[in-house]
Design a protein around this ligand. Structure first.
Ligand SMILES: [Zn+2]
Length: 139
């Protein structure tokens, strides 16, 4: 069994060296999702696309024609748009030198989390706390 040499240049880097690249990739992903949903969901609308997107919180009197698939598409689209906003915000933090620091508690965000979600603004603990709040909290 021959063990390969350990990388001598390996740095204990606190942040990924290619944050900008990672952010650009996430941005592209999200843009593709938005475009895909627009093509597949709104193009096949029998009633004709209005060119306007109603917000999800507004429930028109008659929602029976809104299919589950369409709601799903809108949800996916909204998530992608939120991701685009998150990427823009992450670039802002990068400029200000606060990238990788949780915007809620001020502690460093786990580098492993940043590798998966380079646009993350909060550490995993704060993220979970916010998600719990959004869901109405534990009973
Ligand atoms: Zn935090």
């Amino acid at each position: 069994m021959s063990s390969s040499a350990p990388d001598p240049e390996r740095q204990p880097g606190e942040r990924p060296p290619d944050v900008a690249d990672a952010l650009r990739q996430r941005e592209q992903q999200a843009e593709e999702i938005v475009q895909f949903v627009d093509r597949t969901s709104f193009a096949s609308d029998e009633e004709g696309a209005t060119g306007e997107i109603t917000t999800a919180d507004q429930h028109p009197a008659d929602t029976s024609d809104i299919t589950f698939q369409r709601e799903l598409d809108l949800t996916v689209r909204q998530m992608a748009e939120r991701q685009l906003e998150a990427v823009a915000a992450a670039r802002e933090r990068q400029r200000e030198g606060t990238y990788g620091i949780c915007t809620v508690c001020g502690r460093p965000i786990d580098p492993e989390r940043l590798r998966v979600r380079p646009e993350a603004a909060t550490c995993i603990d704060c993220q979970r706390a916010m998600e719990r709040e959004r869901q109405g909290g534990p009973r």
